[in-house]
Each structure stands twice: as structure tokens, then as C-alpha cells.
Design a protein around this ligand. Sequence first.
Ligand SMILES: Cc1ncc(COP(=O)(O)O)c(C=O)c1O
Length: 375
Amino acid sequence: MKTNDKIIQVFGSQLGLEELEEIRDCLERQWVGMGPKTTELENALARHLGADEFVLLNSGSNALHMAVHLLDIPAGSGAEIVMPAFTWVACANAAVLAGHRPVFCDVDADTMNLDAAAVERVIGPQTAAIMAVHYAGLPAPIDKLAQFGLQIIEDAAHAIDSRVGEHACGTIGDIGIFSFDAVKNLAMGEGGGLVARDARRLERARDLRLCGIARTGFEASQRRERWWEHEIREAFPKMAPSDLSAALGLAQLRKLDAAQARRAEIWQHYQRELSDISWIQRPIDQQAGDRHSHFTYCIRLRNDNRDKLASYLLDQNIYTTLRFHPLHLSKVYQNQVSLSVTEHLMHRALNLPLHPMLSDTDLQRIIESIRKFPA
Ligand SMILES: Cc1ncc(COP(=O)(O)O)c(C=O)c1O
């Protein structure tokens, strides 16, 4: 029983005239590759995060690849990187393509973030690093994970506005990566980047992102002599951003506070309105003094009707999804581990629409539809 109501998307971003103006600026300068907009955005993101520097790349996935490379663990040494199975596939790809082994770990049932006790159980002599995802933007327990004395990559793809006290997520561990793809809180179509505690790693990332060439075309064009010469520092794939996507990022960053305020409002609305529905378990809020990015609102059903609810909402033109399908059960990464919380989430979790383009009417329609669902 399809409805004619407008489609409510599960993710979305607010793109408009501000972005158009920034893009116009690129076109008027006739510079759309990596250049001044990239630098401007990098400086603005570093300020936003309270970091010394930010290195912009062309995706969050590539930022993960770059981050693992920057750890400098010898390939083929049997090194293991511990990570949740409840995450994006690039986390595991980044380990494998650098010659290491991903070790999948369970998440905490309340936070959906890495469970420090479960991490401790899988740490062994080969463990070289931990990759911790701030799921939905709720800060993961980086301090607890740091007690194991291993290098930590923070996957802050969902967490551009998350904080633990005064510290921005991504800046607490050794390296922090971010995603600015089309559905993220700061949307550039494709984009991402990283921060690192050690400035030498950031310098290396700048040298690597253009196939390992240590000078960009824009920098070369500013020189008067032998501008065609360049030094290749290391063999590396191209991960450079473009000024066109950086232009979108600049406009998005200026609107971030307003968009985040709307996301928080929607989150709280769900928390209130779903509180008396016995078959729904709501996500938890951040601890007092911390900050959540509210990238997505993930409920869990207390019964087996998750798929039915998703189809029923789709019939009402309300899109939902599941982030993430567990990696340890995928064809490429399947192994024998049993991760009870992650597998529970696979069958019971559902991400509801949450983005700044949702109107109050949309929200009301979602809540009413859920209330009418014959659970
Ligand atoms: C947890 C997590 N890490 C990394 C990424 C990769 O980001 P990108 O889409 O920019 O490659 C994503 C993307 O959804 C993600 O959810």
C-alpha cells in the first residue's frame, strides 16, 4: 500500500546558494583542482577541531588507507589492527591493503562503540594498533583504549562535531580521520581528511596525497623557475581533493552550527516521542560535558520485526537503512569469530531519517507511522 506522500530520505544535507557562491568563485578563478580553497578549508577545519593542522583528502575511506600507512608498520609482519566489525568496509580494507590483518571485535550494547573489555580480550603479541569508530558521532572510549599502549586511529567519519570535554573527537588518539561524503554532517560530495598528533605524519600525508609527489600543481604554478620539476617521495595512490569539493566544504562548515542544532533538535524529538514505545530501544545520549554529532539515529527493536518495520516505512515513502552490515559476516572478511552484540544489531537495528532537511511535518509523519506499526 504505497502512499503518494513525498519521499523522506534517511540521510541528507542542506546545499544551496552559499555553496553555489563558493563554486562560482572557483570557476571565476579558473581553478578547480587542489589549490587555495583546499588550503582555506584545511585551516578552517583545523580551527574547528582545535588541531594544529588538517590534511584534506578525497574521501574518508582513503583517509583510513593513508592513516594505516602513516602508522609505519612493516607490511607482511603479521601485524593486527583491532577494529569493530560494526563499521564501514574501508576500515578493514585499509588494514589488508597495507599488508596487515584486521581483527574484528564486538561493540558495547549501549553505545555501539568498541567495547574496551572486548578489545582487551583480542589483543595479542601481533596487535599493532586499534581503530575506533565514533558510531553516529557518540564519542568512543578513546581514553580507556589508550590504556593498552597501542597506536590508535580514531575513525571520526561521523563525528565532525563530537567532543570529549574540550577535545574534538579525532584529535585524541594518534591519528583521526573524517569523512565529508554526500551524506555526512559536512557534505562535499566526496571528501575526507585527517589530523595527527605527530606533525611529521601530516607532512608525509601532504607529500603522499598526490601520488607521492611532494609539490602540487598550484604551488608549481607560483614559481618562476623549473616549475615542471618535482620530487617523488614514495609510491602512493592519488588521494588529492579538489578546490570544487573544498568550496562546498567551506560553505558547509559555515552552516555547520545551525545544521548541528537542527540535528540535535530532531534527535531529542525522537528520544521524547519514542520513549513510551515498548518494542523500541532508543540510542543513548552522550555523557554530560561531551558532544554528539547526531549523524544518524539508530534504534533497535526488542522483537524480530525490524525488516517488517523497514518495509512498512518504505511503503509510506520513509526511507530507513542499516549502518552497518557486520564485516566478519561479509564474504571477503568472514571468519569464525562470534560477536553477539554486533550480530544482534545486524537483525534488530534500524537507522531512522536524521538530517537538517527534515521538516517538523516529516518528523511528525515518521513518528505517527511508527506508532501505527503493528509490532
Ligand atoms: C565509520 C566510517 N568510516 C569511514 C567512512 C568512509 O568515508 P567516505 O565515504 O568519505 O569514504 C564511512 C563512510 O560512510 C564511515 O561510515
